[in-house]
Design a protein around this ligand. Structure first.
Ligand SMILES: Cc1cc2nc3c(=O)[nH]c(=O)nc-3n(C[C@H](O)[C@H](O)[C@H](O)COP(=O)(O)O)c2cc1C
Length: 361
């Protein structure tokens, strides 16, 4: 059994898998369900000074992902302060309290939630190229509550620049990424848009954004020293391992918990443990940032390398042959790759369910 616990900014989490702000932590009862479902910590839905007027409908599953038009919590802060946070605290797990949005609102909220919070998570919808509002928000949170302050970022091209600026502003950690958008979904049976928001737009989450989240975490991890919570499309222990290898210290999950229920946290933590055990790793920290370290050996090349077939593993299933864009793969009683035709694109390696194909580097 690998060591799953992680310590982030002095906070001990029993495992690195926890909810992301959203419906699966929309109140204290759901926080308790997340704890019972095996979460390593609790992150609560973003709360602001006034309840959100959430458009309906505000959620839809789409192919490969999920659209939402939710805002922050529709519950008034008084309800959170009088009831929900206390219930969330009863889980006994570290409690990261999500608050938003402007510096003034964060100043007010951070003082109010201080008695319950092990850490704060600031949601930022306004990180354009001007990151100055975040600097003010971090300072306001620090003034209001003497706990670690984590800043949640949306995906951006210049994420390194933003992450660095957030670190310099005094943030203790990053949470990335929020859902991506705006996006659109249409119910083709009716021609109507799925989302009831004013413009009909929604924000994409789930598997579709995992490569985007990984890139953001990977980029930020190479720019900052503060810890990162990786969020976006995680639905299995292998996904979590990938995010940790990109440089995250822990992971958060929203869409998968909506779709599959609060048991996902424990399931993913158990799968992560199996992955670590089966690959000879003793602890979560052993894989943290592995891809960042290995990137030092990364080779940029334009000449092809032909995949090597492990005949013992190959089941001749034809998946690689069917999808080879260069028709370089054929089967008789063994798999053959035509070295002249092979472009070295690597697709077959990624598609082989047996992991029978490798490209040597
Ligand atoms: C329905 C819904 C509501 C969300 N509400 C919040 C929120 O209140 N605050 C926040 O920072 N992020 C919110 N998010 C974003 C998630 O926390 C998360 O960053 C994003 O969905 C990517 O993770 P996932 O692919 O695991 O869902 C919400 C996402 C969804 C799908």
């Amino acid at each position: 059994m690998a060591k799953l616990s992680v310590n982030i900014c002095g906070i001990e989490f029993r495992n690195p898998v926890m909810p992301a702000a959203g419906p699966p932590v929309r109140n204290g009862a759901m926080a308790k369900a997340a704890a019972a479902g095996g979460a390593g910590g609790i992150v609560t839905k973003t709360v602001s000074v006034v309840p959100a007027d959430v458009p309906r409908p505000c959620m839809a599953e789409v192919k490969g992902g999920f659209l939402n038009a939710e805002l922050w919590s529709e519950l008034p802060k008084e309800q959170w302060l009088e009831h929900e946070y206390q219930e969330a605290q009863e889980t006994g797990l570290p409690l990261i309290i999500g608050i938003g949005y402007t510096a003034d609102q964060i100043k007010e909220m951070s003082r109010l939630v201080k008695p319950f919070a092990d850490a704060l998570e600031l949601s930022t919808h306004y990180v354009g190229n001007d990151i100055s509002p975040i600097t003010g928000a971090v300072k306001a949170a620090k003034d209001g509550a003497d706990v670690p302050v984590f800043v949640k970022l949306s995906p951006h091209n210049n994420i390194q620049e933003i992450a660095l600026a957030v670190e310099e502003s005094g943030a203790d950690g990053l949470v990335m990424i929020n859902s991506f958008g705006p996006c659109l979904g249409i119910d083709i049976e009716t021609g109507r848009l799925y989302m009831g928001s004013k413009d009909g737009y929604g924000w994409l989450s789930g598997s579709a954004i995992r490569p985007l989240a990984l890139r953001c975490v990977f980029d930020a991890a190479r720019a900052v020293k503060i810890p990162i919570f990786g969020v976006g499309g995680i639905s299995s222990g292998r996904d979590a391992a990938e995010m940790l290898m990109a440089g995250a210290s822990a992971v958060q999950i929203c869409t998968s918990a909506i779709i599959k229920g609060p048991g996902v946290y424990g399931k993913i933590a158990a799968q992560l443990n199996d992955f670590l055990d089966s690959h000879g790793y003793d602890a979560v920290d052993d894989i943290k940032g592995l891809a960042v370290k290995k990137f030092a050996e990364h080779e940029f090349r334009t000449s092809p390398k032909v995949p090597v077939v492990d005949e013992e593993l190959c089941r001749l299933c034809s998946i690689c042959e069917t999808s080879c864009p260069y028709q370089a793969i054929s089967r008789t009683n063994v798999l053959k790759i035509d070295e002249k035709e092979c472009f070295g694109c690597g697709l077959c390696v990624s598609r082989c369910p047996q992991r029978a194909l490798t490209i040597s580097v």
